[in-house]
Design a protein around this ligand. Sequence first.
Ligand code: GLP
Length: 250
Amino acid sequence: MNITIIRVPDYESMSRQAADFLLKKIRELSSPVLGLATGSTPKGLYEQLISIHQTQKISYRHVTTFNLDEYIGLTASDPNSYHAFMEDAFFRHVDIPASQIYIPNGEAAYLEHECTRYEALIDKKGIDVQVLGIGQNGHIGFNEPDTPFSQLTHVTTLAESTREANARFFSSPEDVPKQAITMGIASIMKSSEILLLASGARKAEAVTRLLSGNVSEDFPASVLHHHRCVTIIADDEALSEFTRKEEEHD
Ligand code: GLP
């Protein structure tokens, strides 16, 4: 299997291991390009990277970042936009120059043009490691089930289940945007390496399905079986169902 699984006891250790993984690239490469994700899963990773930057005085000035996605219909200053999330959770605490931070612009007047522009930037810089979370329905970025694997950065309509899952961040479920710009599956697959993080029982079913090895567009994360270099850092709870099924087979 092209996928390395690192099993850790809990969210805290997942975040620490993920930070070590990225730190290695930050130290080794002269101009590392990191693909970043939003959501609850990578928050601890960002906290670890902030703490390393502040306590060990490690600079990230040479790092470039590309975020996976952004809602359409929220201004960048809206607290629920992924611009605001990233600023708050990571960027304002570290020294990555603003000119090296890329996030799709969900306020662009011509969204199709924005998608092409973003994809061209990804091609120009090349992503060294793409960090991914996983949706309960197997989405990566905002690539919902049945997104063609061939799609590049595009405008997508969120699955109702995704809007419900993300409603916890909004004051009311109706406020969750219906559309987003997301890097496509083909954009994600261009990255030299992929680091997928999963924590908690909420993700156990998705992780089991991902690790089953069946590749199908109705489960977007399954495309990772076609990537040459994937590391999954998952905690005991996220791997619980997979382990139980493996033990049943033994
Ligand atoms: C969001 C993001 C994804 C993220 C997923 C899981 O919809 N677009 O990039 O991986 O949801 O989120 P969480 O980590 O909060 O479970």
